[in-house]
Design a protein around this ligand. Structure first.
Ligand code: GLN
Ligand code: ZN
Length: 756
């Protein structure tokens, strides 16, 4: 059998998020396990047939998961942490590992490389009894087989599995390599029994990272062993999100059958081709994680370049990564000019199938020639569309007078201190207050025009009033309006700026049953009208305390959107920055003295390869500085970031030069703060003292303890007291008590300082 086309993996959540709904019904005990299983089975069948019908040769099984593929791999290896081991029912145990239960906390979850998908972090130690559990893998293979589809089996590779695991003892996760590989060998023996020539796709995305000198040579040994388990099993080592040149070199003398390389996000993979050594190349040329229609002309050219270095008959056309990161299909999107430019998973499957024909068939059918012409037409139409470019934006971009704010930090802070007149250790929050079901309903009703804009405005103002009076009552120092008008910190701004498109059904799995619907940035970004001024000035009019303006920064907006690929990200970032700088100017002219620009996703956008970091840091910092360039010396700029690990990026943070940065440290205490002290960080810091991810309400004494710890590292005259992040996911009762305790603790500590 020769294969021409392949998909690295297909989304499992369902065209209408059926899996999400089935999971949530099951979790809330509104449906039975067998109902959940039926839905899952129907989805798998539909997804396989969608690919088969379109002519894909290698379709995956085991790309399905009830929660996450890393968790599935942990179960396959029987890497069950002790606290879950006495749960006998397998399904119950699986979901307990993912979500926790009354007795055991959930396993940790973290970002999958530089995507917005989260995986469950396996926990390893000497108590783990590694042994094979192949039930899921075998069952899914058989299920597809009974539908007449011989699937390729997807499995996370041992080196990636270990690299992304954590140990709960003092060992390195790679100390378990031997044991883990022996389980994979058993698995392959088992798979060999399924039939002849079974293709197994082993995902090793860790191969695209800068691997250490110790880890790189392990690749050869492991894949030598695995490729000789049984000749019935053909191994594809799949890499994605970047180039994997070093790893391919290691694989060159092994007998793996194929290597999947990403040519969309790792052009440098061209250099890896000389090491293929007769192996099949799975050429990832269709973008699996963005949503634009592929340019067939360009892609065919790229394939030609590739086939100069790799024999054409050994090239399989593929997506560059799993389609897990793309929405389902554009077919349910409403008609508009943008729709035709989009390709989601189903359309990408069609693209792979067509490209397979265009590349491999010597004689093109009329139908294929027409498709090619059609593609050209769509792309021409796009590049000529008035929607893409905006003269005014271009002009402004070419005439940027001020790239950063005037005045250095010392000068600014002196002026600000006088003007703001805040006490020692000022207290504040990060922006949002609890989002109640009532509030969501009001926004939805307004969107559906079920309530008038007057009625809507009244309700939002009522919420703001309550936030203000609550903050007055507990005696916070710097207020926020609570963000009741915002559904999401990116979507809110996207909806108010030009250049953004919102899909109706473009959902992508974020973790478990949770999905996000990222905005699509298709054109030049500009701000037709002020976006926040009305609400912030209203809130300010209700108090004599200082009301903080609240914006989302350019890097975060970009990292949480699907962005156009016809201009560099650095340019998009500048466009957004200019829009934000106008907003800041409007806010300060309206009397707002502090503006916070959130960069929640600043760190997660970091490139996977060392080589690209400088470039990213440059445009990320530049765009932040440009965004706040309009702020006068007396306007205080805050930024907020949702993490605590700043060791690697501290210099970059320093370069952003925000007057105040609020960060997440409630769980890590003061240990990760040392870096700020070490480098002599001059600007002010608000290290989070309240873990907003937990419903727990810390007592005033606990807050005092937390604040005391921070004061051992930070200078009291530069420190703020605040929660880790926004409070939108918490309940009002929790927030009220917790913030009250936070303020009380601060008052006591402040008194001690003053009496000293
Ligand atoms: N201002 C936002 C809020 O408070 C920040 C959220 C975030 O950083 N993720 O909700
Ligand atoms: Zn945050």
């Amino acid at each position: 059998m020769t294969y021409k086309t392949m998909i690295l993996g297909f989304p499992r959540i369902g065209e209408n998020r059926e899996l999400k709904k089935a999971l949530e019904n099951f979790w809330s005990k509104n449906s039975s396990l067998s109902e959940l299983e039926t839905t899952a089975k129907e989805l798998r069948k539909k997804h396989w047939l969608e690919q088969k019908r379109r002519g894909i040769d290698l379709i995956s099984s085991n790309d399905f998961s009830y929660y996450d593929n890393m968790l599935d791999a942990a179960v396959m290896l029987n890497a069950i942490p002790k606290r879950f081991r006495d749960i006998e029912n397998k399904t119950e145990r699986y979901f307990a590992m993912a979500r926790g239960n009354n007795n055991a906390s959930a396993m940790e979850m973290t970002k999958w490389f530089n995507t917005n998908y989260h995986y469950i972090v396996p926990e390893l130690n000497d108590e783990i009894d590694f042994k094979l559990d192949a039930e899921k893998i075998i069952a899914e293979y058989r299920e597809a087989e009974s539908l007449g589809i011989k699937t390729k089996i997807n499995i996370i590779g041992p080196l990636t599995f270990l690299a992304l695991s954590k140990t709960t003892n003092d060992k390195d996760s790679y100390d378990y390599l031997g044991t883990v590989v022996s389980v994979y060998k058993q698995l392959f023996s088992k798979i060999a029994e399924l039939g002849d020539d079974i293709v197994v796709q082993i995902d090793e995305p860790i191969f695209v990272k800068d691997l250490s000198k110790q880890r790189l040579p392990l690749i050869k040994g492991v894949y030598n062993e695995l490729s000789h388990v049984n000749e019935n099993v053909k191994i594809i080592v799949a890499t994605y999100f970047e180039h994997a040149c070093e790893a391919v070199k290691e694989l060159t003398d092994t007998d793996v059958w194929g290597i999947a390389l990403d040519f969309v996000y790792g052009r440098k993979n061209i250099d890896a081709l000389e090491y293929l050594n007769g192996k099949t190349l799975i050429a990832g040329v269709i973008d699996g994680r963005n949503i634009w229609t592929t340019d067939f002309g360009k892609t065919l050219k790229l394939l030609e370049e590739i086939s100069e270095k790799a024999p054409k008959e050994k090239i399989i056309i593929s997506t560059c990564c799993s389609l897990l990161h793309a929405p389902y299909s554009v077919r349910s999107e409403p008609q508009n000019e943008i729709k035709q430019w989009l390709a989601f998973s189903i359309e990408k499957v069609e693209e792979v199938a067509l490209l397979g024909k265009l590349f491999h068939e010597s004689q093109l059918s009329t139908e294929n020639t027409q498709s090619l012409e059609q593609n050209r037409k769509i792309l021409d139409n796009k590049s000529n569309s008035k929607l893409l470019s905006n003269e005014h934006v271009a002009k402004r971009l070419n005439n940027i007078a001020l790239t950063a704010r005037v005045g250095d930090f010392n000068e600014r802070i002196t002026i600000q201190k006088k003007r703001l007149n805040l006490p020692l250790l000022p207290t504040t929050t990060i922006g949002s207050f609890p989002q109640t079901p009532d509030l969501r309903k009001i926004r939805l009703d307004f969107k559906k025009s079920a309530i008038s804009s007057d009625a809507y405005e009244l309700e939002i103002k009522k919420y703001i009033d309550e936030c203000v009076s609550f903050q007055e009552n507990i005696g916070l120092d710097v207020f926020v309006h609570g963000e009741p008008e915002r559904n999401d910190m990116v979507e809110y701004f996207g909806e108010l700026m030009n250049g953004f498109h919102f899909t109706q059904n473009g959902w992508v799995q974020s973790y478990g049953s949770r999905c996000v619907k990222p905005p699509v940035i298709y054109g030049d970004v500009s701000r037709p009208n002020p976006m926040t001024v009305k609400w912030i000035t209203y809130a300010q009019s209700k108090t004599n305390k200082i009301m903080k303006g609240m914006l989302t920064g350019p890097v975060t907006i970009i990292n949480w959107s699907f962005v156009r690929d016809d201009i560099p990200r650095s340019v998009i970032a500048k466009q957004i920055a200019l829009a934000l700088s106008d907003e800041i100017d409007d806010l300060q002219n309206a009397g707002i003295k502090i503006v916070q620009v959130d960069e929640a996703a600043f760190k997660e956008g970091y490139p996977l390869r060392e080589d690209n970091i400088r470039d990213y840091e440059k445009w990320a910092v530049d765009s932040f500085k440009l965004a706040v360039s309009s702020a006068k010396k007396e306007t205080q700029i805050h930024t907020h970031m949702c993490y605590s690990e700043f060791n690697d990026i501290i210099k970059t943070i320093e370069n952003m030069d925000a007057d105040v940065i609020t960060i997440e440290t409630a769980r890590s205490g003061n240990k990760l703060l040392n870096i700020f002290k070490q480098i002599g960080y001059k600007n002010e810091i608000g290290p989070g003292v309240y873990d907003i991810h937990s419903p727990r309400i810390p007592s005033a004494d606990e807050f005092k303890e937390q604040i005391g710890q921070r004061l051992q590292v930070l200078d009291s005259s530069k420190m703020w007291i605040n929660p880790d992040c926004g409070l939108k996911t918490r309940k009002w009762e929790e927030v009220k008590s917790a913030l009250k305790n936070m303020v009380q603790a601060t008052l006591e500590i402040r008194r001690q300082y003053i009496n000293r």
